[in-house]
Design a protein around this ligand. Structure first.
Ligand code: NAD
Length: 353
């Protein structure tokens, strides 16, 4: 298992350090794990002038999987767009052809109180959001800001090809087959032609999966249904921009952005694994960030890239045990719980493993 570690910015190094301890524990138990370290985001800009330097590209191209912390920070906000840390993320996804982003939104029963919704609405929530990651308006050309008729005009292009929709639809149908066999595709076909094509192609692709019940929903309704009755969903598939927004909404249903991992896969199960949250500059360097999303990203890596279901479950069970013991980082703490720092939470997971 050749794993590239890109800690990134803000809380990235702190949370990655705890995930690396989990990998070290697996290694000590006999897994053949090799770690190599590289730069991405703001720290890469500082060192090389580029958010995704060529040396990092070579490192991740040779790796089987990549574990990433987070990128970005206010000190980089003034940089020209191509030099911004977030461009490093877009670049690595594109360079590795990571077109499928899998984001589970699971509410641990121990954390039902942490959700802003009533426990009966969210208890037992278990949704998988499959977001297309390399197309859509985030990459579409033409794009820009220019002066027309004496005033500035901003424009972007929402674009999807049939092949791009088909391949993400296949991933989503297959994910649904492994779960409760229900797939809801989200679009905005009443206004956007691009997403009319999305709906048509998902419908056609679904013919190969008669065992999966396919439904469609407009994105505005989906945003509403996610807070009204989120448990109606099993697997959701959607494009890059809608998926960006809906998956953040779904993550908040669970009470903490610090709990949720993600996987971004190519056609050969090579994957980039990262917590869904950002670099949290407001809490960086204070040893209070929640490392569990990053640790759970290692579990997803074991499952999807390395096919090591036992190792994945071992990590997930350890996290669950820690929560059952009443141990919390401050972002998920409620009354009567013991609040731990980032490193101490890492200690707790390791001892639970
Ligand atoms: P954020 O996710 O970094 O933080 C949002 C809020 O959640 C903050 O209050 C933060 O303290 C808290 N939070 C996030 N992760 C946490 C954790 N593990 N434990 C405890 N609390 C946590 O989002 P933001 O503030 O909008 O963005 C900050 C920077 O991160 C920006 O530069 C943004 O561009 C970047 N960003 C990066 C990624 C990524 O690397 N994948 C994703 C989103 C945002």
């Amino acid at each position: 298992m050749n794993i590239a570690i890109l800690a990134g910015d803000g809380i990235g190094p702190e949370i990655i350090a705890q995930a690396v301890r989990v990998l070290d524990a697996l290694k000590a138990d006999g897994f053949d794990i090799e770690l190599e370290y590289g730069l991405i985001g703001g720290c890469a800009v500082d060192a090389t002038g580029e958010p995704y330097p060529e040396i990092t590209h070579q490192l991740v191209s040779q790796a089987d999987a990549v574990l990433l912390g987070a990128v970005g920070g206010p000190q980089y906000d003034g940089l020209p767009r191509p030099k911004r840390p977030e461009r490093g993320l877009l670049a690595i996804r594109k360079a590795l052809n990571l077109f499928a982003n899998l984001r589970p939104a699971i509410l641990y029963s121990e954390l039902a109180e942490a959700s802003s919704l009533k426990p009966e609405v969210v208890a037992g929530l278990d949704i998988m959001i499959v977001r297309e990651l390399t197309g859509d308006i985030y990459f579409g050309e033409p794009r820009g800001i220019e002066v027309r008729d004496g005033q500035r005009i901003g424009f972007n292009t929402m674009i999807y090809s049939e092949a791009e929709i088909q391949r993400i639809a296949h991933i989503a149908f297959q994910a649904a087959q492994k779960r409760n066999r229900r797939l809801c595709s989200i679009d905005k076909m009443n206004v956007l032609e691009c997403t009319q094509l999305w709906r048509d192609v998902v419908e056609e692709t679904g013919k190969a999966y008669p065992d999966v019940k396919l439904s469609h929903m407009l994105v505005d309704n989906a945003a509403m249904q996610l807070v009204r009755n989120p448990k109606q969903f099993d697997v959701i598939v959607t494009g890059n921009m809608f998926g960006d927004i809906l998956s953040d909404e779904a993550s908040m249903l669970t009470g903490s952005i610090g709990m949720l991992p993600s996987a971004s896969l190519d056609n050969h199960n090579k994957g980039l694994y990262e917590p869904i949250h950002g670099s949290a500059p407001d809490i960086a360097g204070k040893n209070i960030a929640n490392p569990l999303a990053t640790i759970l990203s290692v579990a997803m890596m074991m499952r999807y890239t390395f096919n090591q279901e036992d190792a994945a479950q071992r990590i997930e069970k350890a996290v669950k045990r820690v929560l059952t013991q009443g141990l919390r980082t401050s972002d998920i703490a409620s009354q009567g719980m013991q609040v731990l720092g980032t490193r101490e939470m890492g200690d707790a997971v390791l001892s639970a493993m």
